[in-house]
Design a protein around this ligand. Structure first.
Ligand code: ADP
Ligand code: G6P
Length: 460
């Protein structure tokens, strides 16, 4: 009997990363939405995960983590600098996020990008047997689909972009725009978070390559390439169950007591990234306190920020600017034993994070641009009693689905102030009605729905 095709996931990051060196080296969970989404999927389907350990040098040998085979791809210090810090995080990341920072175009970085993509393609080709399904992820590996197809034409190859895909006005800046489009067109199915991103891609493919067809069905090099929108999601049941866990509920209560039992809790949780709109959010909260519409006696903002991409100058700048803003707000509004804004720059465990979601009356998720934003969905999944209000940026992919959130433009200061104030004052019945609808959306469209939708379309 023929064996069922195996699933091979190819992503820059492995689900775990190696931190520390020598005898002190250990593995910890990798940061970011891609890993949060793919972890439960691979746990369910089993398979292989090809990726980088997160530290330069010779990678460890392949190993098993539960039912997932982990295949590390080694990056040298130079690869880390040129491929990861450079091309991935200083060119593609800002370019694909509305150029909120100016992307840099550097030929050396591009050379490393091509080389490292080829290394990932070879590693995936070695891990796959005839007829297997290979699922390539995100902006680090856009050349892998075509490279892999050349090495092993008998594979089913899918690609999913977790970040936005920009319109021609921005994408056309890229000196290597045709190479990137051809790379992606090597897949049988190219998936995006939103319809808009999918349309941007298809139009660009028709404009800059020989591809012809519609937004969802292209023909390129004599092959069919399908494109689709598949909004990524979370493991709703796992978050819902954790939020009901007695110990987590006690922790949430203890958080509220320590913040001040009578105070409303406003929460934000992000990677410390310049796309997340943290500065704009803090300005809006400062303005709200300054107008005395809300007082620090009655309300507290908690900003939890995960350290990310530390060596890059734009990330050092955003950190300094956020810390300055927090200091300024507390300088004006804190009193002994009562801080107006709490700021924690650290990674939390899933249980700790859920306790914060359960403790928060209002959640502010206000990125300037975000492919999806899973934090918004996680908060919703944790509101088991339908209480709580989500304030969500129109520029997050999640806003397409979470229509019952309070939607805001993060660059509109007055609008932001009004939205936070509205969320704090919202009548309990109205809040419950909204939250109940939001919960049903995320419950229905959870991460399994996403993965099955994508893989179903890929293998159909
Ligand atoms: P991005 O992919 O840009 O990081 P997302 O909101 O889609 O943004 O995903 C972020 C993921 O990281 C979520 O699953 C969230 O739970 C997790 N996360 C965010 N902040 C923390 C933190 N301080 N500690 C641990 N995990 C965090
Ligand atoms: C986003 C990207 C992921 C990335 C994650 C964390 O979610 O879409 O591809 O892994 O951020 O960023 P990092 O640079 O630490 O991998």
């Amino acid at each position: 009997m023929p064996k069922r095709p195996s699933l091979i996931v190819v992503a820059n990051r492995l689900p775990v990363r190696r931190v520390g060196a020598g005898a002190g080296a250990r593995w910890e969970r990798s940061p970011g939405g891609l890993v949060s989404a793919m972890e439960p999927v691979l746990e369910q389907f089993g398979g292989t995960w090809v990726g980088w350990s997160g530290s330069p040098g010779r990678g460890p040998r392949p190993f098993w983590a539960d039912n997932v085979r982990i295949v590390p791809v080694a990056l040298s210090r130079r690869d880390e600098e040129h491929f990861y810090n450079g091309m991935s995080n200083r060119t593609f990341w800002p370019l694909y996020h509305d150029a909120v920072r100016t992307p840099e175009f550097n030929r050396q970085w591009w050379g490393a990008y091509v080389e490292v993509n080829r290394r990932f393609a070879r590693a995936a080709a070695r891990a796959a047997r005839r007829g297997d399904v290979v699922w390539v992820h995100d902006y680090h590996l856009q050349l892998v689909p075509a490279m892999l197809r050349e090495l092993k034409p008998d594979l089913r190859i899918g690609f999913f972009m977790h970040v936005p895909f920009p319109p021609e006005e921005l994408f056309a800046w890229l000196p290597w725009r045709t190479d990137i489009l051809r790379g992606l067109l090597g897949a049988d199915l190219v998936g995006f978070q939103t319809q808009a991103a999918m349309q941007n891609f298809s139009r660009l493919a028709r404009r800059y390559t020989t591809a012809v067809g519609t937004d969802s069905e292209l023909e390129f090099g004599g092959r069919a390439v399908r494109c689709g929108s598949f909004p990524v999601s979370i493991d709703f049941d796992a978050f819902d169950a954790l939020a009901r866990d007695a110990e987590v509920v006690r922790d949430a209560e203890s958080i509220r007591q320590r913040l001040g039992a009578r105070r409303r809790v406003v929460l934000s949780v992000d990677r410390l990234d310049y796309t997340k709109g943290i500065e704009q959010r803090l300005s809006a909260y400062a303005e709200l306190l300054a107008t005395r519409e809300v007082s620090a006696d009655r309300c507290v903002l908690v900003q939890i920020a995960v350290p990310t991409r530390d060596p890059l100058p734009d990330y050092a700048r955003i950190r300094a600017s956020v810390e300055h803003a927090v200091g300024r707000i507390n300088g004006e509004h804190a009193s002994p034993g009562r801080v107006a804004v709490h700021y924690f720059r650290r990674s939390l465990t899933r249980r700790e994070l859920v306790a914060w979601y359960v403790a928060a009356d209002v959640m502010l998720v206000t990125p300037l641009r975000d492919g999806m934003n899973l934090v918004a969905k996680e908060y919703v999944a944790c509101r088991t009693d339908n209480s709580g209000v989500l304030v969500l940026s129109e520029f997050a992919g999640a806003a397409r689905e979470l229509r019952r959130a309070v939607l805001v433009n993060p660059r509109d200061l007055d609008g932001m102030v009004a939205a936070i104030s509205h969320a704090l004052k919202m009548d309990a019945d109205e809040a419950a009605q909204n939250m109940s609808l939001l919960r049903s959306v995320v419950r229905r469209h959870d991460v399994r729905f996403w993965a099955e939708g994508f893989l179903g379309a890929l293998t159909a």
